[in-house]
Design a protein around this ligand. Structure first.
Ligand SMILES: C[S@@+](CC[C@H](N)C(=O)[O-])C[C@H]1O[C@@H](n2cnc3c(N)ncnc32)[C@H](O)[C@@H]1O
Length: 340
């Protein structure tokens, strides 16, 4: 008889991904989290098993071991390469990664396989990176980190350790596929993606040097509480990097869609830049400033061979790309930088 207290093998595999983080946590600036995290992981990975997880784990495990892996975390496609890659291994890599579709955030190069993701997340990084405090030596949190593409770029900038939180289980698998190859190159890879929501991160950790929240604020029913959580995760003087949808308009202006926005169901508040800066000031962030404003283009978010569902072109008014399908202003994204 199997022991009912023993987690299934799939859950056991996933729990082991966090051993390195759990070993580091108690002596770190995030020590209060060490008491809660094992239980949180147990709840999410063991008690609430996701139906697709066994299939995704099979895909992950089918990725072949490869010798002499090199990673370029400063390249736009954060390329993995190996001089010893065989044609058969290249084919197995492609097949394993196809088992983790759809790929939304990237791009990635896994040896001979280029993953052309739905989003050119590298373009977002190019808009953000020049305006932020150098990440060298910093402890970083990326809230709503997606597949972890930006976590790897942050590590490439010299961050001491990067932690992402994102509830999507598929994004966790995609992150682990990349980490698996990086781990063959270096014993400790200080990058972790936790399948949690920001609301699960203990309040007032005040331990991170930099906190990113990109593409999350408009998904929150209470954006002010989100800003407060982000501020309270930072050490005094730490930096918040906030990227979110905005609309044209004066101070005080804010769009709340009647229902969907660009076909997305869970969009709550889209403020003007001046309103957003006021929200930042009201939660006690200092030096809040706009550093970038960008209209999302049909080249930045589109259907690809690695993400075959509808994308931005299908979410806009077919007769007027300046409007969403619902008649709202089309996606305009701001980057705000501020300090705790
Ligand atoms: C639009 S994507 C942005 C991904 C990435 N940060 C980027 O900018 O490309 C939003 C992400 O936030 C995650 N998310 C939504 N609500 C969240 C929450 N409460 N806490 C953490 N992540 C959340 C979603 O799963 C999704 O991956």
């Amino acid at each position: 008889m199997p022991d009912v207290n023993t987690p299934p093998a799939t859950a056991h595999t996933m729990l082991s991904w966090f051993d390195d983080l759990l070993a580091w946590l108690p002596q770190s600036p995030l020590a209060p989290w060490a008491q809660h995290l094992p239980q949180q992981l147990q709840q999410i990975l063991v008690d609430k098993q996701h139906g697709d997880v066994p299939r995704w784990l099979d895909a992950l495990e089918s990725l072949p071991a490869i010798d002499s892996v090199q990673a370029d975390l400063t390249a736009n496609d954060i390329a993995l390469s190996s001089p010893s890659l065989s044609a058969q291994q290249a084919q197995q890599v492609e097949q394993g990664l196809r088992g983790l579709m759809p790929w939304r955030k990237g791009p990635f190069r896994f040896f001979d396989t280029h993953i052309d993701t739905e989003w050119r997340s590298d373009w977002k990084w190019q808009r953000v990176q020049p305006h932020i405090a150098p990440l060298k030596g910093r402890l970083v949190l990326d809230v709503g980190c997606g597949s972890g593409y930006h976590l790897w770029r942050m590590l490439g900038e010299g961050a001491q350790r990067v932690i992402g939180v994102d509830p999507s289980r598929l994004f966790l698998m995609q992150f682990q596929a990349y980490k698996k190859y990086l781990q063959t190159q270096q014993a400790e890879v200080p990058a972790h993606l936790l399948p949690l929501r920001m609301e699960d991160v203990p309040a007032k950790l005040k331990g991170f040097d930099t906190v990113f929240s990109m593409g999350v604020l408009y998904h929150r029913k209470s954006p002010i509480e989100h800003l407060q959580e982000l501020k309270d995760a930072l050490r005094p003087g730490g930096e918040l990097v906030l990227e979110t949808l905005v609309i044209d308009g004066p101070l005080g202006h804010c769009l709340m869609p009647e229902d969907r926005y660009a076909m997305m169901r869970n969009v709550w508040f889209i403020p003007s830049v001046e309103t957003l800066l006021l929200w930042c000031r009201r939660v006690g962030l200092s030096n809040a400033r706009l550093v970038d404003l960008n209209q999302t283009s049909l080249e930045e978010q589109r259907q690809t061979d690695w993400m075959r569902f509808n994308s931005l072109a299908d979410f806009l008014d077919p007769n007027n790309p300046k409007l969403t399908a619902e008649g709202y202003p089309a996606p305009l994204r701001a980057v705000i930088v501020a300090n705790a």
